[in-house]
Design a binder for this molecule. Structure first.
Ligand SMILES: [Zn+2]
Length: 107
């Protein structure tokens, strides 16, 4: 091994952020945190819990989804209100009276 070119190798503890499991390993890092490990990943546990939400990603998605659904409902409500309102008289009809009917169409 050449001198002064290799990073230092440490005995460190890896910590799982999801289940809190700790195990030792060797690494050039001084600290290692993982979001999921073999102790808690559904593939290894065989549990039905398929989504492991360690960083609030599911919550964030659900919030976005709720906001989007609210916007859609709001838009639908507004559209309904707009349709219920009586149509404004055509500007041409206001100016020329009812004689322009048929020619002016919708304004
Ligand atoms: Zn884990």
């Amino acid at each position: 091994m050449k001198k002064d070119i290799h990073p230092k190798y440490h005995q460190i503890e890896v910590v799982c952020g999801s289940c809190g499991a700790v195990w030792k390993t060797g690494s050039t890092l001084t600290e290692l945190r993982v979001s999921i490990c073999g102790n808690c990943h559904p593939f290894y546990t065989g549990s039905q819990r398929l989504i492991v939400d360690t960083e609030g990603q599911v919550d964030r998605f659900m919030k976005k989804l709720a906001a989007a659904q609210e916007r859609q409902a709001d838009a639908a409500r507004r559209k309904e209100q707009k349709q219920q309102q009586p149509k404004k008289k055509s500007l041409l009809r206001e100016i020329y009276g009812e004689e322009g009917e048929g020619e002016s169409g919708e304004a």
